[in-house]
Design a protein. Structure first.
Length: 209
């Protein structure tokens, strides 16, 4: 019984749900592509809404109301877009979800760069090194700005693909190439940080709840 209690703890369920959210974001373009090319618009919208709601329930179980709201926010673009597309039968609405996700991440990271706030990357860095030196803190601010720029560029490029490019290009970029760019950015940041500060470099990933 004790083992079952541990395996079903809110913390472990929350970790699983966050991983599942990332997986949903990764596979979303492929689900949309397959759905709009092989199913009906309303069919794929129903699948997306069901997946998002199941994930929302798994994230909300055993959490406080504040944690529930935090868990639901990342799923809202998918649910709203799928609902609108299903009601209006306009599949192009589904292509806007990556744009809104990137704009949301842009706003989240940019908000931490205001005066009196701790930059997002610095928050991640302090989980590994609570006492950051001023040069390292400044580096974290610079890296946070670079992620703001990336999310802005990714939102604009995803929108351009959704509007003017072949459907396959949108699916390839939003479902794979954009994540490859994220990996490249993390790798470059590790190299720069190791060059500037020495020692072992571990990436501060731009992951939000």
């Amino acid at each position: 019984m004790t083992a079952n209690t541990r395996s079903n703890s809110p913390r472990e369920r929350g970790t699983f749900a966050r991983v599942a959210t990332v997986v949903l974001a990764v596979v979303y373009p492929f689900v949309v592509y397959l759905g709009l090319t092989r199913w009906t618009i309303r069919g794929v919208c129903a699948v997306l809404v069901v997946l998002a709601m199941l994930l929302a329930i798994s994230r909300a179980r055993g959490l406080s109301w504040a944690a529930v709201r935090t868990a639901l926010v990342p799923l809202l673009p998918t649910v709203l877009a799928a609902t609108i597309a299903g009601v209006t039968a306009q599949g192009w609405v589904l292509l806007a979800v990556p744009v809104f996700i990137n704009l949301g991440l842009l706003g989240t990271f940019a908000a931490t760069l205001r005066g009196g706030k701790t930059p997002m990357i610095e928050r991640f860095a302090r989980l590994q090194e609570p006492e950051l030196s001023p040069p390292k803190a400044a580096h974290c601010r610079q890296v946070t700005w670079s992620w703001v720029g990336f999310f802005a560029a990714n939102a604009a490029f995803s929108a351009a693909l959704a509007i003017a490019a072949p459907f396959e290009w949108w699916a390839a970029w939003c479902g794979g190439l954009a994540y490859l760019c994220i990996g490249v950015m993390i790798g470059v940041e590790m190299i720069v940080r190791r060059w500037r500060f020495g020692g072992s470099a571990r990436p501060e990933l731009p992951v939000t709840r």
